[in-house]
Design a protein around this ligand. Sequence first.
Ligand code: AMP
Length: 504
Amino acid sequence: MKYDFRTKKFTETEVSPDKLAVVGSEQEIDWTTLKNKTENLVTIFKDLNIPNGHPVIIYGHKEHLYPVVILACMHSNTTYIPIDKIYPLERVKKIIEITGSQLLINCSDNTLDLKIPVVINTELKVNINYTPNFTGRIYGNASDPLQYIMFTSGSTGEPKGVQITLNSILTYLDWVKKDFGFCSDDVFMNQAPFTFDVSLCDVLNSFSQGGTLVLTSTDIVKDQEVFFKRLTQYKCSVWTSTPSFAYLFLRHPNFNSENISSIKTFLFIGEELPNRTCALLKKSFTNSRILNAYGPTEATIVTTLIEITDEVIKNYPTLPIGYHMEGSQILIDKKNPENQEGELVIVGDHVSIGYLNNPELNSNKFFIHENKRAFRTGDLGYYKNDLLFCIGRNDDQVKMHGFRIELNEISNVICKNNLISDAVTIALRRNNEVKKIISFVILKNTTEQDILNSELTQFLEKRIPYYMIPGDIVTVNDFPYSAAHKIDKNKLIADYLKNMLQDK
Ligand code: AMP
């Protein structure tokens, strides 16, 4: 059995329906159960009169139910919004407030203290707390239904919701079918939280191929041997992750094809893939393919692809991000026409229709080019012999351990604290990789210095995910300014490093 996202039907194939469809962190289900559970949920949505295009919050981590709910939402053309347990409650509340969602499906055992009319639990039992009101809370349109809104870090201090429609997903899936070489025998190791589209890519790839999706919770990964056994037990053949995640295992003596022989493909998405990571991986998994895929959430998961062969590793110290998907374009918007590099602009049907309720930002980032949607990525890159390279950003967005972070969001949230008069957040890099995030703050009242760090960290923990909490918070009396009257971030970092050396 497999799922056809175009006709929205489960179709029978030669693949046995008893074949595993989803292996969750707590339970596994076969394809027949996936179909039944999905259809059950769709009936529940109908009975509750959830209109098409209404945002449905999915809460949990790597429980088997999570991808089932994603599929049920897509099947019924409600719009799903993924939330992971790693999100603090305040952020969940904010997302409910922004979207006006009236229904939450809790795939976890956590009890949630949230004000929301309808909650469905792991047993698919419906609890109606009060009457839902869908008026003004329906997004997208019937001709191209809105399938999900994914919230990513927003520089204003509030997360921004990327809206992706069915046509964009179908465009992506057509490309995967043609160029990625997956098949129904594939078993997809899924690890990234569902709040990132790196994770959705396995769900779509596996369900559309009739494969098996093996969910890897953070608890499973804590013990590397347990994780390796799971990979072997379920014969995982496709490993999808950020390069940072794979890097955690590279030096483990058992991370190689002798012990984990099933892995045919490493699919890397979400951040720069370092040459040295590939070189090490090739030594341990000689016969596996390494794929490097690039793309922002705003352009449905990924836009470019390249297989990193031994030759590519040898020829390119900075690895290329490859070739764009058929039917799409990547333009280089050069500030200076004499330069080779410029901002990457993605054009195609897989580009988002824009951020939710954010006309100002939408007009800056999205536009129409030759009748197709286009998105200014903020990434800098260039073409060399038809191959595309990405060399950094033109703004304050960074990636740390694969997580997308707007440094200004951290500063803006810090400034909401009563003790703080101003803040600036900077990424400390080594070899182009972000090693630490440091927030420099000015206090309203300098006598409050002692309570600052612990109080501020607690304050942030309630509002932003753990991966956005700065590694250091440093109080300063004032910010240094450059001749152009901009905060001199280089000086702040230089002083910080000097002080660290003195303290040693
Ligand atoms: P996200 O929206 O979380 O997928 O993050 C998208 C951003 O991550 C892109 O705009 C790039 O800055 C970066 N990124 C994603 N994939 C790659 C890649 N293969 N190489 C370099 N940077 C990447």
